[in-house]
Design a protein around this ligand. Sequence first.
Ligand SMILES: Cc1cc2nc3c(=O)[nH]c(=O)nc-3n(C[C@H](O)[C@H](O)[C@H](O)COP(=O)(O)OP(=O)(O)OC[C@H]3O[C@@H](n4cnc5c(N)ncnc54)[C@H](O)[C@@H]3O)c2cc1C
Ligand code: FES
Length: 252
Amino acid sequence: MKYDSRPFKLVKNEQIADGIFDWTVENKDLAPLAKCGQFANVKVTGRTLRRPISICDADESSLRLVFQVKGEGTRVMSEMKTGDEVEILAPLGHGFEIEKGRKYCLIGGGIGVPPMLYTAKQCDNPLVITGFRNKDLIILQDDFKAAGAELVLTTDDGSAGVHGFVTDVLKERIGEVDKVLACGPIPMLKAIAAVCKGKVRCQVSLEERMGCGIGACLVCACKTKPKDGEAFMSQVCRHGPVYDAEEVFFDE
Ligand SMILES: Cc1cc2nc3c(=O)[nH]c(=O)nc-3n(C[C@H](O)[C@H](O)[C@H](O)COP(=O)(O)OP(=O)(O)OC[C@H]3O[C@@H](n4cnc5c(N)ncnc54)[C@H](O)[C@@H]3O)c2cc1C
Ligand code: FES
């Protein structure tokens, strides 16, 4: 796994929904190494610990990172100006495994939606199901359409798209797909894993609190059980963040 920490130039910082910001950062050495489902660890001025943010999109010279303001670190990030330099450690972790010729269903919930965009670009005509609490939090719909995805939008309160959860749509469409990839809150991932069990292989991207992001501090330890192996405390930053759903103990 190749990663490094380098200064990136912030070339775009735009608010795209309530409390949600869309960054483009440039570095020609590290951006081309990014794979779908990996993340970047962003150094925030005045804070010791970096902030892990999924790679939403990437090309030969830039990374796109979409984040929601949650606390002090992401607030500072949201106030940065284009032209600023930001120190980023990337690309980190193991991302989604994509096999050519398979029909994929990609599912994103809330701020778990961004990593599914770069992932959608690696799949052939995927079905993408995105779920949000309400219409004010909807992001990236036009980007998924431009990536050639068949897109289904759900909202918990019915203020846009299908009224309901991503799993309501998955249950209806699961017969059409070979594999499922998902990122979002743990209860959503657990429900998706239950729908997929015994039917299709499902990979999930976990969000654990992190420190170093490179396997040195154990902050992100999480109990997992590899196929044909013993349960162990794996490091989400290093062994994940993407796991086969069957490896994860969702309740521990
Ligand atoms: C692999 C991975 C990918 C992520 N991708 C995205 C993304 O694409 N967009 C997005 O908006 N958010 C993402 N997150 C969550 C994001 O890292 C946190 O919301 C952010 O670190 C909060 O920082 P803060 O200073 O604003 O909040 P605070 O709560 O003040 O943070 C305090 C400390 O806790 C850590 N922390 C807090 N919440 C989380 C969390 N959920 N996950 C990990 N560390 C956390 C912070 O890094 C910081 O060290 C991701 C998390 C992980 C682990
Ligand atoms: S964040 Fe330090 S080991 Fe994972």
